[in-house]
Design a protein around this ligand. Structure first.
Ligand code: PEP
Ligand code: MN
Length: 339
């Protein structure tokens, strides 16, 4: 349920109303936007009588919210949320490109890629240290050593770092990671989501391989329900009957998610395509569809990459992509965030 307050509503009366609602066991999610001040009620609102609320002189409108997601719902928060990752803004017209290798492989590799993507205009550096691989015999990542190499690369370039967590036990290792990624395979690891909700850190939440948009938003709700509103949604391709690409990029997820929620939406064309030459056209489509950012895999030597080489751009290809994306993003009214 949401309550839209009257303009200039008397503060003492608003506080009295909030106290009464809290006394009835509800949580209040307040949003003061450009258009209106809204009280979002979270909890069991069945017993709340709408005419009782409407009789209150500070109340303009009362509306029931039927969707199961509340805090992530745009009805609760009409303005776009802007997530700030160590000074880099994503959302609300700020467009950020996250780039880097699929996995951190060596000091030389991550330093070289980090310097190159920074020079081309990436705002954040990605790199997997803990890798969720389909086969237990594939490279699993450098783990804690990989995180250390990412910290080095951050020191060298100033780019905030984004890296994936796979389980709650590793949380202490992620204390100084700027944005924590939840991979597609962990989108419904609810225990992990809850714990991330208690960190207050920006979270990049990737859509599961066969998750609906509502399921994705409900996973964001798990994080937000614990008090962490710094969530970015990432569409990275879903499983369909098509076999000529790794996944099918669901470009329609962008406008639909932006209607459903106020959270920033980022597109990962690399995992969607699985083929490097498709990354640029899909990235361009993402910008046109209204995405708030991109996540792109870049490697200094894709042919020798230990993970996802086929979809990785070379540093030169990434530079060419950025030169196309920059004017396009500006054309569509977004400003590129710098790292
Ligand atoms: C990744 O970003 O490296 C990754 C493993 O992505 P996803 O979870 O989307 O497969
Ligand atoms: Mn990858």
């Amino acid at each position: 349920m949401i309550i839209i307050l009257k303009r200039g509503a008397e503060e003492a009366r608003v506080q009295a109303l909030c106290a009464e609602l809290v006394g009835r066991g509800l949580k209040i999610h307040e949003s003061t936007g450009s258009e209106a001040r809204i009280l979002g009620l979270v909890g069991d609102t069945k017993s709340i009588n709408e005419s009782w609320l409407l009789a209150n002189p500070v109340v303009e409108v009362v509306r029931r919210v039927t969707e199961p997601y509340k805090k992530a719902n745009r009805k609760f928060h009409p303005d776009d949320t802007v997530v700030e990752v160590n000074g880099v803004k994503i959302g609300g017209g700020q467009f950020a490109v996250i780039a880097g290798p699929c996995s951190v492989e060596s000091e030389e590799q991550i330093e070289e890629v980090a310097a190159a993507v920074k020079a081309s205009g990436a705002a954040l550096l990605r790199g997997g240290a803990f890798k969720p691989r389909t086969s237990p015999y594939s490279f699993q990542g450098l783990r804690a050593d990989g995180l250390e190499l990412l910290r080095h690369a951050r020191r060298a370039t100033g780019l905030p770092i984004v890296t994936e967590i796979m389980n709650t036990e590793h949380l202490p290792l992620f204390e100084d990671v700027d944005m924590i990624q939840v991979g597609a395979r962990n989108m419904q690891n609810f225990e992990l989501l809850r714990r991330l909700g208690q960190t207050g850190k920006p979270i990049l939440l990737k859509r599961g391989l066969s998750a609906t948009l509502e399921e994705l938003v409900m996973s964001a709700e798990y994080i937000m329900a614990e008090g962490n509103e710094q969530v970015i949604l990432c569409e990275r391709g879903i499983r369909t009957f098509e076999t000529s690409m790794r996944n099918t990029l669901d470009i329609s997820a962008v406008p639909m998610l932006k209607k459903m929620t106020h959270l920033p939406v980022v597109i990962d064309p690399s995992h969607a395509a699985g083929i490097s030459w498709m990354v640029e056209p899909l990235a361009a489509a993402a910008v046109a569809a209204g995405a708030d950012g991109l996540m792109i895999e870049v490697h200094n030597n894709p042919a020798c990459a230990l993970c996802d080489g086929a979809q990785s751009l070379t540093c030169e290809q990434f530079d060419a992509l950025m030169q196309k994306i920059r004017p396009e993003a500006e054309f569509f009214g977004r400003r590129l965030s710098a790292g």
